[in-house]
Design a protein around this ligand. Sequence first.
Ligand code: UT7
Length: 328
Amino acid sequence: MKTTAAITGVQGYLPDHILSNEDLSKIVDTSDEWITSRTGIKERRVMKDGASSDMGAEAVKGLLEKTNTSADEIDLVIVATVTPDYPFPSTSNVICDKVGMKNAWGYDLIAACSGFIYGLATGAQFIETGRYKKVIVVGVDKMTSIIDYQDRTTCVIFGDGCGAVMLEPDTEGFGVQDFLLHADGSGRQYLIQPAGGSANPASKETVEQRGHFVKQEGKQVFKFAVTNMADVSAEIMEKNNLTSDDVDWLVPHQANLRIIDATANRMGLSKEKVMINIQKYGNTTAGTLPLCLWDYEKQLKKGDNIILSAFGGGFTWGAVYLKWAYNS
Ligand code: UT7
């Protein structure tokens, strides 16, 4: 049988500090009622000290311990993030240093909320070709470092968090089966961090214009997200001849409960098959999918058919179909 890339462990990290809807209503003109009914979010986590690499390093250390792996054995670390520690060096480099993964190389991958599925699909290739034995894919974002707490339309949505998975070769048919990935750069006008890159380098003006924060036209993004996330999820089912009965779990990006519901409906899935933790963490961008897997890990059974799906800034979107490889 051909070699597939199986997830053999998952670990998350969340900062302790909780920012509730009630807390936010003291900072901007909003309410628990508005946030809950429009998004499903009740609270989110905030990293007070430290960077994305600190969350990543904690998740990876836990992952190594859990999978009985020594740091030296890791070949490659792919870090999906839009909040790297620095423009360079990469957050992957920093995490490898902090964890002591001396034999690994790695890189950061920018695909916003689709970062984890882009990373998972990419990491799987290095396993499937037989080139590597142990690849770690991290999805991490310290969104609070780029969120404008004067903008009630964005600050209520995002939070900080990280998840990481281990990929290893499998010859029994478990692991990543298929993926569909998409991108449409014309969507950048609707969801962007406009300043700080080579288009608009940091200056007094970019700071004054609050250009280093996330800008989102929520309604537009919502429209594209609802359609594309549902479409790509249905498409990957059709392509792999999966009926709604065949799918055990949907792992949807946690941006908005209404987008999640629309995707699940389109796939014909009942609520019990849908992983949801948006109420606790909000939208952690690249962190949402591995954090869902981490939260639900104990309920997953070897052989479960799982569809991960996401939509995010770029625009980027896609879905991954995998067979879960272990019982915990
Ligand atoms: O993960 C990456 C991709 N991102 C997404 O998928 C996000 C997609 N978009 C969304 O989830 C939704 O568009 C939001 C949750 C961001 C906003 O929900 P909405 O139902 O689209 O609201 P809206 O932007 O149309 O605003 C409705 C009203 C406006 O007031 P008026 O103009 O009707 O008087 C807003 O000013 O709600 C107002 N509003 C708020 N009110 C209280 C906007 N933000 C808030 C707020 N609290 N935090």
